[in-house]
Write a protein of this length. Structure first.
Length: 148
């Protein structure tokens, strides 16, 4: 898991061949003007999901993980307090992994919470379980899905 700010994004470009494309898209797109939905960048290998949704409580947020995609979760408005726990430490699955949706949920409590303000992002790898969208206000964010 990585927590950082857009001004430091170049530090992470070497971690994956598609990270530079994701950060280029961020720099060259008016993200705040995009309607909620899915935006292809490099087919199914790199796409963005724009969300503008009410926040939820910590108790309502389930940890989730993905096997096929890395998430770069960039907050545009609000503060998204994202929970995190190593996937290897998760012991309470809600259901089996769904390959079709590339997701599995857990009832475990996060090990820590990361208050992520606008223009900051978290990168969650397949070994990271995360519980996003925790806030008392609406959250406007973009999730970049990068194929592993």
């Amino acid at each position: 898991m990585i927590f950082s700010t857009l001004s430091q994004s170049d530090r992470y470009a070497a971690l994956h061949p598609l990270f530079p494309r994701a950060f280029e898209y961020i720099r060259n797109t008016d993200l705040r003007a995009l309607a909620p939905g899915r935006y292809p960048i490099v087919g199914d290998d790199l796409f963005a999901i724009v969300e503008h949704v009410p926040g939820r409580t910590r108790a309502a947020a389930l940890l989730e993980c993905h096997r096929r995609y890395i998430d770069i979760q960039l907050v545009l408005e609000g503060v998204d307090e994202m929970g995190w726990k190593p996937l290897a430490a998760c012991r309470e699955p809600v259901s089996d992994y769904s390959a079709e949706r590339d997701i599995q949920f857990f009832k475990d409590s996060p090990a820590t919470w990361i208050a992520t303000p606008p223009d900051h992002f978290c990168i969650f790898f397949p070994e990271d379980a995360h519980a996003p969208l925790v806030a008392s206000v609406e959250i406007h964010k973009v999730i970049f899905k990068i194929a592993v």
